[in-house]
Design a protein around this ligand. Structure first.
Ligand code: CU
Length: 332
């Protein structure tokens, strides 16, 4: 339909049809409400028009009528809220099996890093039919990752990660916009999501890969000296990081937090913000020492310490994770 009457952008993800359905519903309800009001105004204007010789009479209010026209629209409007909330939670909850891609925004470009090591600028290649989770941060100001054809949008903030996920359904090239005014060249800050058939994608993936992201992180972990304190064999001066990802961590002040991507990131840049119970605030900050790309690699490495060995080169030397831990990771 959109070719003849381009009211809607391309529809190319599992979410887009659902978002469109909600939009059509909103338009229909708004249309019906508007029609009802216009009909009532017209009919009442005619019925109670001024007629020579007719005296105006005072009409008192009707409680039943007023309650009816309040309660019925209230429940109609609640359906917007419920439907919208259901879609929102679907869009905010990445499936556990999603392929992860790191996105770093800066004035005025999108830098993409695949787990396998491929890097791209202003282009993101993905296979059709695969859940893709984006872990995004900004090097400078607030940007916003917006792909109309997928009906997804998420602000990208400096100093923390935000995430987004999608599953593309139709191969093709879809425009990526920055949807947050971010400076002079904001309107030029765009790109393309290239959705490919799986075989085509595998061919694309086979070319130009450097090291997998977690391997880069592992090298950094060694070269920055992290491994001196965060040991995997004996208890070091810092917590053992094997298996911590997505697990609750008890802090010195009694709080419990989940060791998600933002926690790992914060612990590298601002180590004293959340001190793990039983440890001392002796870790120096790496703010200004590691770039956002290096941070992503370190976060990917820490996360890889919580995944069962898959036999890929990058994961061979990781510490063993007990079956219990592995199960928990998968459940979460
Ligand atoms: Cu921007």
């Amino acid at each position: 339909m959109s070719k003849f009457l381009p009211l809607w952008p391309d529809s190319a993800s599992t979410m887009s049809g659902q978002v469109d359905a909600l939009y059509i519903y909103l338009l229909l309800v708004a249309g019906v409400m508007t029609a009802l009001i216009f009909v009532a105004v017209t009919v009442l204007a005619i019925k109670y028009r001024r007629v020579p010789g007719r005296e105006a009479t005072q009409i008192e209010g009707s409680t039943i009528l007023e309650i009816t026209w309040s309660i019925i629209p209230f429940f109609v409007m609640l359906t917007f809220f419920i439907w919208g909330a259901v879609l929102y939670f679907q869009e905010r909850t990445p499936p556990a099996n999603a392929t992860e891609v790191y996105v770093v925004a800066k004035q005025w470009m999108w830098k993409i890093e695949h787990m396998e090591g491929q890097r791209e600028i202003n282009e993101l290649h993905v296979p059709v039919g695969q859940n893709v989770k984006l872990i995004m941060t900004s090097q400078d100001v607030i940007h916003s990752f917006f792909v109309p054809a997928f009906r997804i949008k998420q602000d990208v903030l400096p100093g923390r990660y935000t995430t987004l996920w999608f599953k593309a359904t139709v191969p093709g090239r879809y425009h990526l916009f920055c949807a947050e005014y971010c400076g002079t060249m904001h309107s030029g800050m765009g790109g393309d999501i290239v959705v490919m058939e799986p075989q085509e994608y595998a061919q694309w993936m086979a070319v130009g890969a450097t090291a997998p992201l977690q391997d880069t992180g592992k090298e950094l972990f060694a070269s920055l000296g992290c491994a001196t304190c965060h040991r995997f064999d004996v208890q070091g001066r810092g917590p053992n990081l094997a298996g911590i990802y997505n697990k609750p961590v008890l802090l010195e002040d009694g709080r419990t937090v989940t060791a998600d991507e933002n926690y790992v990131r914060e612990s590298i840049l601002n180590p004293t913000a959340k001190i793990v119970n039983g440890f001392k605030p002796i870790m120096p900050t790496f703010q200004g020492i590691v770039s956002d790309e290096q941070l992503n690699a370190l976060v990917a490495y820490v996360k890889s310490l919580s995944q069962p060995p898959t036999g890929t080169a990058g994961l061979q030397n990781q510490p063993a994770v007990s079956p219990g831990q592995t199960q928990n990771v998968q459940v979460q």
